[in-house]
Design a binder for this molecule. Sequence first.
Ligand SMILES: Nc1nc2c([nH]c(=O)n2[C@H]2C[C@H](O)[C@@H](COP(=O)(O)OP(=O)(O)OP(=O)(O)O)O2)c(=O)[nH]1
Length: 141
Amino acid sequence: MKECVDRVVVAGAVFDRGRLLAARRSAPPELAGRWELPGGKVEPGEGGPEALVRELREELGVEVEPCERIPGEWPLKPGYVLRVWTARVLSGEPRPLQDHDELRWLSRRDWDSVDWLDQDVPAVIEAVRRLPAPDPADPAR
Ligand SMILES: Nc1nc2c([nH]c(=O)n2[C@H]2C[C@H](O)[C@@H](COP(=O)(O)OP(=O)(O)OP(=O)(O)O)O2)c(=O)[nH]1
């Protein structure tokens, strides 16, 4: 019987000092080289925030705190939808350990300087709208 419920992929809009974390996929070949919000499939019995914490621990080696769900969901490949939570890093420095080969922190000004997966763009725009203003005293801004 056809599966009627879409499988949820949860991704993090990870914010730090007014910047959003973008990750470049290294696999599968059809997605490699494109940028996404890091995350992965929610496993049966798992909550979205719980899955996000697990995925970012596995993929980036960091502990994160999911903050708020960005309203809405976005279609991915057939049978999959994307849900996004804003999140902040509690400990660790994100590294591309699994599924990615590069990470980049993007500001409101340069969020579109990477080649986002087409299906991610509407979600990324919503995430960028929620970016906290950078601290004017921060040299990294
Ligand atoms: N994580 C993530 N996946 C996305 C995004 N946009 C998008 O189309 N996808 C696709 C890529 C994959 O086909 C699927 C998520 O798979 P994944 O490979 O990240 O998930 P996972 O870590 O649970 O991997 P797996 O071991 O089950 O294969 O959704 C996105 O922004 N983040």
